[in-house]
Design a binder for this molecule. Structure first.
Ligand code: CTP
Ligand code: MG
Length: 381
């Protein structure tokens, strides 16, 4: 059984306002769309992800998403249902489709699991939340109270047998539909209700952004970890420090480019994740890392944070050496590291100190580096 996720992100976000359509706006350090993609890409049952974007949004989408394995980006249409139809047409021969709004960034794996389980016995399944408030139909003055028994708010992702939702879309003759489950039902298919989640609330208005920020923050727990590394200085080697090549009479010796600062930083990030160290991820015995740019190690660690649904809040480095002078290169290092981590340069600090000519750093035999990384990870990681 193959499962394709279709994320519709082709809207204009008119009610949310803002300089870019809401799916490209940031919450918790990532765009709404990137959060939604990450929820599927980190779930083991999802075989393919199709993101449906609007005309002229490909630069925004590329910036928001970077490289995600198994991701396809296609163009949608004027109404949500047109965008979904484009996604369905692109899905190939998947057995089950999960159709999701990019405007619902926080998608718990528990909801995906419930939907997949319900699909064993149903043509479709949707997350639903019971209505808790008293309901009144009317304007300005209280109208008739609507009995809320068995009333539900329907969320996405909505799961369907691919054949069923294809048929439902082609048969739909009603007005513009706000979701796909109503089309499936109209075509005579049974759609099961599974428990929804308040994390899945849709971002629609400007106020919803503050609420979404609050929801994601409440689920994230801060963690910090240290990294430390030393490499020997020798003649005839290039000197790479903090991702920047520095002119110097000596360079650092190591099986990669020996960028001691980036190695310490990689270890700090892996430490904060509780996921081993640079040696376990990039064994020196593996020839593919010989002469590798250490930038790849840092980027890999940053991707692991992101895959865990985390955010890098801040990193701080201390380089310990007598020479070269670090001061003139600090800003270039900060910019290079910020770029590798995909965070603002304001959240990257680079410092340096000598050891008063004492010890191996004092004698210029090597350079040491310390790093600390502060990240936030979802509860339970
Ligand atoms: N959507 C889409 N194609 C459209 C319209 C909407 O893919 N032609 C997507 C949106 O990007 C969003 C989801 O459908 O992820 C739900 O739609 P909605 O919340 O209405 O988003 P927008 O249409 O962008 O917002 P607005 O209606 O305020 O303009
Ligand atoms: Mg809309």
């Amino acid at each position: 059984m193959t499962i394709t996720a279709i994320i519709v992100a082709a809207g204009k976000g008119e009610r949310a306002g803002g300089p870019v359509p809401k799916q490209y706006a940031m919450v918790g350090g990532k765009s709404l769309l990137a959060h939604a993609v990450m929820a599927f890409s980190s779930h083991q049952s999802i075989d393919q992800i199709i993101v449906v974007i609007g005309e002229g949004q490909s630069d925004l989408a590329r910036e928001a998403l970077g490289e995600v394995a198994g991701l396809r980006i296609i163009t949608g249409g004027a109404e949500r249902q047109d965008s979904v139809a484009a996604g369905i047409a692109a899905a190939g021969d998947a057995d089950i489709l999960l159709i999701h709004d990019a405007a619902r960034p926080f998608l718990p794996h528990t909801v995906i699991n419930r939907l997949i389980e319900a699909m064993e016995t149903s043509d479709g399944a949707v997350p639903a939340l019971p209505v808790a408030d008293t309901l009144s139909r009317g304007n300005q003055h209280l109208g008739d109270v609507v009995d809320r028994t068995n009333l539900y708010r329907i969320q996405t992702p909505q799961a369907f047998r691919a054949e069923a939702i294809k048929t439902a879309h082609s048969q739909w003759r009603g007005p513009v539909a706000t979701d796909d489950a109503q089309m499936a039902r109209a075509a005579g298919y049974r759609v099961a209700l599974v428990a929804g989640d308040i994390m899945l609330e849709k971002v629609t208005t400007p106020q919803d952004f503050a609420e979404a920020e609050r929801r994601i923050s409440a689920r994230l727990i801060s963690r910090s970890a240290l990294g430390f590394d030393v490499h020997q200085l020798a003649s005839g080697e290039e000197l790479w420090l903090g991702g920047v090549r520095i002119d110097h009479d000596k360079g650092l010796v190591g099986h990669s480019d020996a960028d001691v600062a980036l190695h310490a930083l990689t270890d700090a990030l892996l430490g904060a994740l509780g996921d081993g160290d640079i040696g376990t991820h990039f064994p020196p015995s593996d020839p593919q890392w010989r002469g590798a740019r250490s930038q790849r190690f840092v980027e890999h660690a940053a991707q692991l944070v992101s895959a865990a649904g985390g955010i890098i809040d801040h990193v701080d480095l201390t380089l310990i050496c007598e020479a070269p002078k670090i001061g003139p290169h600090k800003d270039a290092m900060r910019a290079a590291i910020a770029n590798m981590l995909g965070i603002s340069v304001r959240h990257v600090s680079v410092k340096a100190t000598t050891t008063e000519r004492l010890g191996f750093t004092g004698r210029g035999e090597g350079i040491a580096a310390q790093a600390i990384a502060t990240i936030r990870l979802p509860e339970g990681n």
